[in-house]
Design a protein around this ligand. Sequence first.
Ligand SMILES: Cc1cc2nc3c(=O)[nH]c(=O)nc-3n(C[C@H](O)[C@H](O)[C@H](O)COP(=O)(O)O)c2cc1C
Length: 341
Amino acid sequence: MNTFWNQLPQPTFMLAPMEDVSDTSFRELVMQISDPRFFQVVFTEFTSTDGLCHPVGRDNVISRLRVNESERAVLRSKGMKIVAQIWGANPEKYFQATQFITENFDFDGLDINMGCPVKKIVKQGACSALIGKPQLAAEIIQAAKEATHLPVSVKTRTGIKRHDTEQWIAHLLGQDPAAIILHARTQKDQSEEPAEWDEIRKAVAVRDASGKNIPIYGNGDVNSVQDAIEKCNQTGAQGVMVGRGIFHNPWMFNHPQPDISTADRLELLWRHVTLFDSTWGHEKNFAVLKRFFKIYTSNFAGAAHLRAALMETSSPAEVREILDNFLRKAEASDILQNSNT
Ligand SMILES: Cc1cc2nc3c(=O)[nH]c(=O)nc-3n(C[C@H](O)[C@H](O)[C@H](O)COP(=O)(O)O)c2cc1C
């Protein structure tokens, strides 16, 4: 089957689904500052199929699928795609949840999480636990595919305790997903061990031997466009998915890298705070935003002090006051002109 996945420029660049990170406000912000030649696909946070199928539980999880009108406008103007990621362990729930999302939202694709290694999730038999239950994994993919016309992809890992890449990828290919995103770590590795990109090369070789036209994307420790290009050249992957790399450099989906001043960083921080606030208001705790402050307050004089002060805030107004104080003091010096190094 030919889907949008087969028509993306290569190497393809995507931002990883990240809980409490890749919400509509952060996605919009990153897309705004990125070059669409080096950024094509974004994902929602993973969303529970059990939750989506429950009349009350639905209210608790549905915000993960929110796409602001302003995000939609950026997606459109940059020609980018957005994929909803779901998780669970019950094929029937996948069927219902997929149908619900297809009928009520406007996503370009559905992605099944078969990679999350978090204990309380694995205990439910979901996500990376499915690597150890290939029959159930197959039923889940088929259930989702039957429920939608959208392309259904799978994001997964290389194994449970050790890399089982060839066997597992061959099994997944047998289910004809629209794409496979392979995080080059096992469940046991969590996110601490270095990603093993040679496993991506093995997965690509299995795909090539199968004769199928299913793109394979690598994930794990990608930190720049150049790094992504090299990894794709070495492995034959069709592209990369970037997770934590974005925390070190929100401008990473550009090449060459733009000169970023301190003023640019603080302007982006403020844009994030206001967009987060207008999107979520009291629906989400302001503390969720704090994990982002470090992203914008690095690589300039006084950054650590400023960050410490921002971590004490509990409202956009307090953030604004601290930023204004910092900017007033910085005006006399040349701090604001400093570009990143
Ligand atoms: C804060 C955080 C939240 C995450 N949430 C999700 C998620 O909702 N769905 C998912 O498939 N992976 C999730 N992941 C895993 C990432 O998508 C990615 O696979 C992982 O971080 C490895 O890529 P990296 O080395 O580029 O960070 C999360 C990772 C982080 C750091």
